[in-house]
Design a binder for this molecule. Structure first.
Ligand SMILES: CC(C)(COP(=O)(O)OP(=O)(O)OC[C@H]1O[C@@H](n2cnc3c(N)ncnc32)[C@H](O)[C@@H]1OP(=O)(O)O)[C@@H](O)C(=O)NCCC(=O)NCCS
Length: 210
């Protein structure tokens, strides 16, 4: 009887011998670099951003599909910024502020969170002030963040999730070349109700082939 031969490891692109170690990851996140696109600057948040952040975070339409509640006072926004600044200091994943290069106005945020070092994977999330929707800003920011994730963080896969009703977010993910992998049923308990979310992803190989 012939026994099955040991199978060879997965293809070289899928099989990585090294992963980002914890120390190196923390150093990169502590010094989260500024990213520049044709119209935008992605930079670290500052305490003085409080009014610009409150302007979008207090808008119920902006917060309709977000996991966080609409901000009802500046204190909540100050707490949000403090949490972000603490995450930078500790070398944990934290958002970039999306800023218009032309005016210096902060109009939103984008983040690469849930970084799994063992699996070279992270999840992207974003939000934009309603006044600026539909002008391609988040797609522009997302492309820069995907490039950063695949090059500087050496990620293999980047995910994003959105409720199917969030047509704007769905379109952003599609325009960036992310593929829908299916519906995660009753995946998150948000604002007192279970939400089903579509899971999207892009692999480094997809991104390089775009
Ligand atoms: C989702 C969001 C980030 C999109 O940002 P944006 O800068 O407006 O996105 P872009 O302009 O790059 O692209 C939006 C696309 O969605 C489309 N779109 C927007 N609203 C839509 C709707 N209700 N139905 C169908 N398409 C819609 C736009 O037409 C555009 O597609 P196109 O370029 O093919 O015309 C922004 O609307 C937002 O901040 N929403 C609230 C927060 C949120 O939902 N965050 C995501 C949580 S998963």
């Amino acid at each position: 009887m012939v026994l099955g031969r040991a199978t060879s490891p997965p293809s070289s692109t899928a099989f990585r011998r090294t992963v980002f170690d914890r120390k190196r990851a923390a150093k990169l996140l502590r010094n989260l670099p500024q990213l520049t696109t044709s119209r935008l600057l992605l930079r670290k948040f500052k305490r003085t951003d409080v009014h610009d952040v409150f302007a979008y975070a207090s808008d119920p339409e902006v917060a309709l599909f977000t996991v966080w509640e609409q901000h009802r006072d500046l204190k909540t926004t100050r707490q949000f910024i403090s949490t972000v600044l603490k995450a930078y200091r500790q070398g944990h994943p934290a958002p970039w502020a999306i800023v218009l290069r032309k005016t210096g106005k902060l109009i939103g945020a984008i983040t690469l969170r849930n970084w799994s070092l063992a699996h070279s994977r992270a999840e992207v999330g974003y939000v934009l002030s309603r006044e600026y929707w539909g002008k391609g800003y988040v797609t522009e920011a997302l492309n820069a963040v995907l490039a950063f994730g695949f090059s500087e963080m050496e990620l293999h896969r980047i995910e994003a999730k959105a409720v199917p009703e969030n047509r704007g977010s769905t379109r952003v993910m599609e325009k960036a070349g992310m593929k829908c992998e299916g519906l995660l049923r009753d995946y998150e308990l948000v604002k007192g109700a279970y939400q089903s979310l579509n899971l999207y992803s892009i692999l480094k190989s997809d991104f390089d082939a775009r």
